[in-house]
Design a protein around this ligand. Structure first.
Ligand code: WT7
Length: 652
């Protein structure tokens, strides 16, 4: 990343007058007033936003901060999020409005109006009820990006079941870890899916994953295959059910379960600095209000927009900005199943042109891949329907920003760079596109209601330091499933329990713009996906020949960051480096998923350790980034780093 404090360039990109004039928030002054008001009177501010939505019983108190960090929002309020995402729009006469324009990778399409979507959700909810799933039950969802994924999520919310969506790129073992941790009673999957033209047999992965999991009573299988014959699969009688058979027997009406604002809506697992993923807990009321407002203001969403977020619902971006936020705003959106380069590298631009997409939200890693594939692919297509672009998941390098602005946005579309996390539920630092001029590489200013600051360990504001959120916000996580202590220690201990610690470093420039520089903990952001170095280390040490391992993140041209594993082989272990490397890669696929494969595995005789045995990852990073080695005098054996350096460069 370029350094905003020393960079002579201070490029400011203002929205056009036309964009600003029509925007929900149309000037910097209006943004500052809104932000100031939201901090001066958070309860008044959030109470007004919440009042735009439907509640079966109003809240008694907007924010209860008596027992921090166990905050409660809209205490006493009752609602169902699906009523706000579906029924509310139909009652307002928008039943015929298109909700989802779906395209499968092979080119098959489906369109659902809000009225049809409600029907599908109710039928799905009735199928779940028929299988014995009810309020408070945990349901794991392992599906490709087909409409049923959104429907399944909403169906759980409809009946008050807690969904735990597992990204369909995770391996069977990852499915198992998550299913067991959440004690999921039902798992929803599909026979298969397509990725780059290849079949992905999801049901078989689920079979391996749930084998021996006593908690799992039902596996509900959606038939995705286009031909009459389903994808190849196993079948466990009594446990497995075809969705299409079950749904034929149910009614298309299902009353929405009346939920407390603080009832759990979902769990979503994410990586932290230990080997065990964290089940991040989100609740109904605050999350609903937060995703509703952030979608509306960050994307300046209007009734006629065609919105497309390219994320997978398996990650938080898809939860907040495909399912709940857009639907709470009655948006029309595109949903796509497959890869951006199938059948060729113009697939996304073909979709933008075909559906007249006006708002496009993607990740820097995708932008860098498009850049590499070349301008010719987007230039073959009419992208003039676009009016706003967004990015999410990692810092965007200014070069990629400029390319996005020029080639995709035709130099006319504002770009919102949205900083947030699984834990925050929704956007935290982002420009409001009609109000806040952009600087390439900066997420700019905090969203209304968000008190973001760059501070040092003692809590003093500094130019360069740690990002902190100093006030609660409605979309905040409510805990880590089953691990209250980890919740408090990870997020609320750094500044004596006063502020939220996201784990990112940041810079604040003279205009108050925030530049997020990346994680300061042992989490690596690979293509916008969080992977804990400890997770990969524990995979490596599970190999019988491996004595020890240290994993680091290194800069990667397309992925943002890649992983490098340094591995020490046990003395006397049988085998050779090339076969250990192949075996270790296969173990990563098996234990986490292909997306967590390291770029490099470097075998060495030892790791750089201090005399007390602590591994100095900083030196490994110096080696990987070909920097002069930092201080090695504290090492037990300083010659080790030179040996590792040679080994590392051999693998270049
Ligand atoms: C981490 C959160 C937010 C949904 C997708 C990832 C990094 C995210 C940005 C951005 C700089 C960003 C942070 C954060 N990150 N967005 N716009 N600029 N960094 O969610 O898996 O929970 O990861 O992604 O490091 O902590 P996640």
């Amino acid at each position: 990343m370029s350094d905003p404090l020393t960079s002579p360039e201070a490029r400011l990109f203002h929205p056009s007058n036309e964009f600003a004039a029509a925007a929900h928030v149309g000037s910097l002054d209006a943004y500052h007033k809104l932000h100031q008001r939201s901090l001066d009177d958070p309860e008044g501010f959030w109470g007004e936003v919440a009042a735009e939505l439907t509640w079966s019983k109003p809240w008694d108190r907007v924010l209860n901060a008596d027992n921090a960090p166990f905050f409660k929002w809209f205490e006493g309020g009752r609602t169902n999020i699906t009523v706000n995402c579906l029924d509310r729009h139909i009652e307002a006469g928008q039943g015929d409005k298109t909700a989802i324009l779906w395209e499968g990778e092979p080119g098959d399409t489906r369109e659902l109006t809000y009225a049809e979507l409600l029907q599908e959700v109710c039928r799905f909810a009735n199928v779940l009820k028929g299988l014995g799933v009810g309020k408070g039950d945990s349901v794991a969802i392992y599906l490709p990006m087909i409409p049923e994924l959104a429907v399944a999520v909403l169906a759980c919310a409809r009946i008050g079941a807690v969904h735990s969506v597992i990204f369909a790129g995770f391996s069977a073992e990852s499915v198992r870890d998550r299913v067991l941790d959440a004690s999921s009673k039902c798992v929803i999957t599909a026979d298969g899916s397509w990725r780059r033209g290849k079949e992905l047999l999801l049901k078989n992965i689920v079979d391996d994953g749930v084998e021996g999991c006593d908690c799992v009573e039902q596996v509900l299988v959606i038939q995705r295959h286009l031909a009459k014959e389903p994808f190849a699969h196993n079948w466990t009688k009594g446990r497995d059910h075809w969705f299409h058979e079950e749904v034929a027997r149910v009614s298309d009406e299902c009353p929405a379960e009346d939920m407390d604002a603080e009832d759990m809506l979902f769990l979503l697992y994410t990586s932290g600095s230990t080997g065990k993923p964290k089940g991040i807990m989100h609740t109904v009321g605050g999350y609903m209000v937060y995703t509703y407002l952030t979608t509306k203001l960050t994307f300046d969403l209007k009734p006629n927009d065609v919105y497309w977020c390219t994320a997978d619902i398996g990650w938080i971006t898809g939860h907040s900005y495909i399912v709940y936020g857009p639907m709470a705003n009655a948006a029309t959106q595109v949903m796509y199943e497959g890869a951006p380069n199938f059948p060729d590298e113009a697939r996304f631009w073909d979709i933008v042109e075909k559906y007249h997409v006006s708002i496009f939200y993607t990740a820097p890693t995708a932008i860098r891949a498009f850049m590499k594939w070349g301008d010719a692919f987007p230039q073959k297509h009419d992208l003039s329907s676009l009016r706003l672009l967004g990015t999410v998941g990692e810092p965007i390098n200014p070069e990629a920003w400029m390319w996005y602005h020029r080639v995709i946005g035709g130099e006319r579309c504002p770009i919102v760079d949205t900083w947030w996390q699984t834990e925050t539920g929704g956007h935290m630092i982002t420009s409001l596109p009609g109000a806040v001029p952009a600087k390439p590489g900066s997420a700019t200013l905090p969203f209304p209601g968000v008190d973001a600051a760059v501070i040092d360990e003692s809590g003093e504001e500094v130019e360069r330091g740690l990002l902190a959120i100093r006030k609660p916000w409605p979309g905040m996580l409510r805990g880590i499933w089953g691990d209250e202590e980890r919740f408090v220690n990870t997020y609320w201990c750094k500044w004596g329990g006063k502020y939220y610690f996201p784990g990112d470093g940041a810079i604040r420039d003279e205009d108050g713009y925030i530049w997020v520089t990346g994680r300061v903990d042992d989490v690596v952001n690979v293509s916008g996906h969080r992977i804990g170095t400890a997770e990969l280390e524990s995979v490596c040490v599970a190999h019988p020949a491996v004595a020890e391992s240290a994993v680091i993140g290194v800069p990667h041209e397309i992925k943002g960051q890649g992983l490098v594993a340094f591995v020490i082989i046990r003395t006397g272990a049988e085998g050779e480096e090339s076969s250990w490397r192949t075996e270790l890669m296969a173990m990563v696929d098996e234990k986490i998923g292909k997306f967590a494969r390291p770029e490099k595995i470097v075998f060495s005789v030892d790791l750089p350790k201090t005399r007390s045995g602590k591994i100095m990852r900083r030196l490994l990073r110096d080696i990987a980034e070909d920097r002069p080695l930092g201080n090695v005098t504290t090492l037990a054996d300083p010659s080790i780093v030179e040996q590792i350096k040679v080994k590392y460069q051999e693998r270049a």
